[in-house]
Write a protein that binds this ligand. Structure first.
Ligand code: AMP
Length: 396
């Protein structure tokens, strides 16, 4: 089939409506615009990173089903592309049934909007290895859950990301405080948490997995990463793995993306313990740890996502040399920050810096990323970290 599309701004344009306009959305917008696609960036606040580069921006509460419908019907997108979990996903399901195209599918957005849908799919329907888990809605239920999954364990809100509300506990007496922290860190007013047995993993990886109409399922070389308080601070590629592990990881990722369906790139998070592969989570869209692909691969995760959406060939994916990404974070609450030290950051050999242009800050908020390559993973990581450390975030 020949794919064709018109010029942005004309009725014949291919329109990509981004639901969520963060730093990952910004790169998706850039890649789509490079291919002549019209991009409409949406988020609940003005000046979000993708809005700063898109053809148009719409500010609205994307968790409000009526508003979501109204803006989809007015925009008439060729593709609705969720970039975040916090969306009115049941309305996406209804819109999809009426013929609108949701990437990769509305069901994928719905199943991954909280930890429960995807965990039950992976463990109970697909039979994949996961940490032991239970769900709880009170401190008493959390204690019962700990009796089953054992200690240490990780307690997380079912509705959260980037480590918000997450804690690892070693003693039953800490269950109440961990439950309260999870409720406080939860998106919306949900008091539902997942209690997961702690996995003593050797490595954790993200397997960027593309499901495309042209080549079926293709995985990028594995990405290793380091998390602090549940949020990524450093990622690198390619992560070496024991011999039998990569085929098992690819098999697991393929099972998950085939179950979610549709076309696009997915970030499949896996724990590796010895020769064992344990499923953790999946994002049906580019993954934050995959920002390293902006320097490591000849086609970044964002370009691959857009290619899969548009039905274009994926081609071979190469990671020619070790590479790393290190996060630049803010340490304080404030308005639009200023940045210094860029000349030093860019003087680090091979380093590139991306600043996201976020209009305000809070402690730990990701504001940019430094990328670097090296002759070894150690060299790539230390260059990326050195470049990130040069960037000063100034809050007047
Ligand atoms: P998540 O938001 O579920 O991706 O969790 C963030 C990070 O916390 C993971 O990347 C792991 O480093 C750590 N983590 C989460 N769940 C577990 C677990 N069950 N066992 C060990 N570490 C975990």
């Amino acid at each position: 089939m020949t794919v064709s599309w018109g010029t942005p701004g004309t009725p014949d344009a291919a329109r990509l409506m981004l639901l969520g306009s963060g730093e990952l959305g910004r790169e998706v917008a850039i890649e789509a615009m490079r291919l002549g696609v019209e991009v409409i960036a949406c988020d609940r606040y003005a000046g979000a990173p993708a809005m700063q580069v898109a053809h148009r921006a719409i500010v609205f509460d994307m968790q409000d089903p009526a508003l979501l419908r109204r803006h989809v019907e007015a925009t008439r997108p060729t593709w609705i592309v969720p970039e975040i979990e916090a969306l009115a996903t049941s309305e996406l399901v209804a819109l999809e049934q009426e013929g609108w195209s949701v990437v990769p599918t509305a069901r994928a957005a719905q199943l991954t909007m909280d930890r429960e849908g995807i965990r039950r799919l992976a463990a109970e329907e697909l039979g994949l290895a996961t940490s032991p888990y239970r769900f709880a809605e009170s401190a008493a239920e959390a204690r019962d859950a700990i009796d089953t999954v054992g200690l240490p364990c990780v307690i997380k809100p079912v509705m959260s990301s980037s480590g918000k509300g997450q804690s690892t506990i070693h003693h039953l007496v800490d269950a109440e405080a961990a439950f309260a922290r999870a409720c406080a860190g939860s998106r919306g007013r949900s008091a539902r948490v997942i209690v997961e047995g702690f996995v003593q993993f050797d490595t954790e990886i993200t397997l960027l997995t593309i499901r495309s109409s042209t080549e079926g399922v293709v995985c990028c070389p594995p990405i290793g990463h380091r998390q602090e308080q549940g949020d990524y601070v450093l990622s690198w590629q390619p992560q070496p793995l024991p011999e039998k592990v990569l085929p098992a990881a690819v098999e697991m990722a393929t099972a998950v993306v085939d179950a979610l369906g549709g076309y696009g790139l997915f970030g499949v998070e896996l724990f590796i313990r010895g020769d064992e592969v344990i499923f953790s989570e999946v994002s049906p869209r580019p993954h934050d740890t995959g920002m390293v692909t902006m320097i490591s691969q000849d086609r970044s995760e964002f370009e691959l996502h857009v290619r899969a959406i548009l039905g274009l060939p994926i081609g071979e994916i190469h990671c020619p040399r070790p590479a790393a990404s290190a996060v630049i974070r803010s340490s304080a609450h404030g308005g639009a920050p200023r940045y210094a030290g860029m000349e030093r950051a860019c003087a680090v050999p091979t380093a590139q810096v991306r600043l996201f242009g976020k209009p305000d800050t809070r402690p730990g908020r990701r504001l940019g990323v430094a990328l670097a390559t090296g002759s070894s993973l150690e060299e790539a990581c230390s260059r990326a970290e050195a470049a990130a450390a040069c960037v000063e975030v100034i809050q007047d």
